[in-house]
Ligand binder design. Structure first.
Ligand SMILES: CC(C)(COP(=O)(O)OP(=O)(O)OC[C@H]1O[C@@H](n2cnc3c(N)ncnc32)[C@H](O)[C@@H]1OP(=O)(O)O)[C@@H](O)C(=O)NCCC(=O)NCCS
Length: 382
């Protein structure tokens, strides 16, 4: 069933996922998760009187994230995060032959019951803004409203390595140092996961990388936070390719041949540094960059260098692309190399308030709050 379902709008070119034999692979790294399937019972005659067929599926997970901030009276009006229990709907699929029969709606309602029973205060989902079936289902039938529109930025992985910037020093942080840095600098960012330690220590986490001016040294997170250099940047990488693979189907043979040629040329003449198109018409894996941040006049340049390092890591891992997702007003997005043709300018996040009782009254209704400059996209949900 899963293999027959496209992700997003169906058209000439459609995206498909290969879950590598694990139907819950995209939720299993979250603190609480559930998968439901819709089963059709076909009653016939003969030895197989009753046949069961899966015609739909939905997955959901729940975790605690930042939904706003309040000012600390004891610490110089420093913004402190307000956390909420948030549910996320992912992998809703209905078999193409059984659509428009109310199955999708039933699956959403049922998983929302589980969210409510487990104390989730909000539920959200992400879809391409031109996926009318999904947008209508959630906004017109299930009470969700359009909330945020971050961009998914995708860069191909070339057959050649990208050169490091000699003006910078890049360090790999330990999970403990990365956790301290993220908690102190990013915990007031919307959607920041309170269990960031579990993300950074997960086997899929490939590391956290910090860019500093050339020659700068690292004497621990506390020292760095007390007196950071004028400019710095950080990002972490996550190995999605061990979780699932993507594939673009529906391309003409001419387009396939062109793509193959660019890669063959890049492999044959790596010193020419040709920008080849990745092989997206066969299942391909990718790394996801998350926790992008930085400060200072050179932060954009430093993020670019970190993306180059991530590209080389993805090349060693045999990935087709490197992807990240950032808020539409993210100041660092200028430093994130990507190809428009592979990216999604508007990934639509829709949200719904599930309960009337808030864990902290001071945030008000999160669904009505204006967006911040940045957003923390959890790699477990990408
Ligand atoms: C999106 C999807 C799950 C909908 O499943 P479904 O079982 O066909 O949906 P339902 O029959 O429950 O439809 C409920 C409502 O959704 C909306 N809807 C569903 N399909 C639609 C379509 N093709 N065009 C416009 N609106 C649509 C309608 O408002 C519909 O109510 P109505 O039939 O009374 O008009 C299904 O189209 C699908 O699997 N798509 C591919 C995978 C995907 O894009 N998943 C969503 C990712 S978040």
């Amino acid at each position: 069933m899963e293999n027959r379902c496209e992700v997003g709008p169906s058209g000439k070119l459609s995206l498909y996922t290969d879950l590598l034999g694990d139907p819950i692979c995209r939720v299993r790294n979250s603190p609480a998760y559930l998968m439901l399937v819709a089963e059709l019972v076909v009653v016939g005659s003969g030895p197989d009187k009753e046949r069961r067929e899966i015609v739909g599926a939905i997955r959901g997970c729940i975790k605690t994230v930042t939904c706003g901030t309040k000012l600390s009276r004891s610490a110089n009006n420093k913004p402190l995060p307000i956390f909420t229990k948030l549910a996320y709907i992912s992998g809703l699929r209905v078999s193409p032959s059984h659509r428009r029969m109310g199955i999708g709606l039933k699956l959403v309602r049922q998983i929302e019951e589980w969210f409510g029973e487990n104390g989730a205060e909000y539920s959200y989902m992400a879809t391409e803004s031109d996926n009318h079936a999904s947008v209508n289902l959630f906004t017109q039938k299930c009470g969700y409203s359009k909330f945020r529109t971050p961009s998914i930025l995708v860069h191909p992985v070339f057959a050649h390595r990208l050169r490091p910037d000699p003006r910078l020093t890049i360090l790999t942080l330990s999970p403990a140092d990365a956790e301290t840095l993220y908690r102190r600098r990013f915990s007031s960012t919307e959607f920041f996961p309170r269990d960031i330690h579990a993300v950074l220590r997960n086997r899929l986490s490939l590391g956290t990388f910090l860019a500093l001016p050339r020659g700068a040294t690292w004497r621990g997170a506390a020292d760095f936070l007390a007196s950071p250099p004028e400019s710095w940047a950080v990002l972490s990488s996550w190995n999605c390719q061990d979780v699932y693979k993507l594939e673009v189907r529906g391309a003409s043979s001419v387009r396939r041949a062109l793509v193959k040629t660019t890669r063959a040329l890049d492999r044959a003449f790596p010193w020419l540094r040709l920008p080849s198109v990745p092989q997206v018409f066969r299942p391909f894996g990718f790394h996801f960059l998350y926790g992008l941040g930085g400060e200072g006049p050179n932060a954009v340049k430093m993020i670019r260098a970190l993306c180059g390092l991530a590209h080389n890591l993805a090349k060693e891992g045999g990935c087709g692309v490197v992807a990240t997702e950032v808020a539409d007003s993210e100041p660092l997005r200028l430093g994130i190399p990507h190809w428009e043709s592979l990216s999604c300018a508007e990934d639509l996040w829709c949200i719904k308030r599930l309960g009337e009782d808030y864990s902290d009254g001071s945030v008000g209704d999160w669904t009505k709050s204006p967006p911040g400059m940045s957003i923390f996209v959890d790699p477990r949900e990408f």
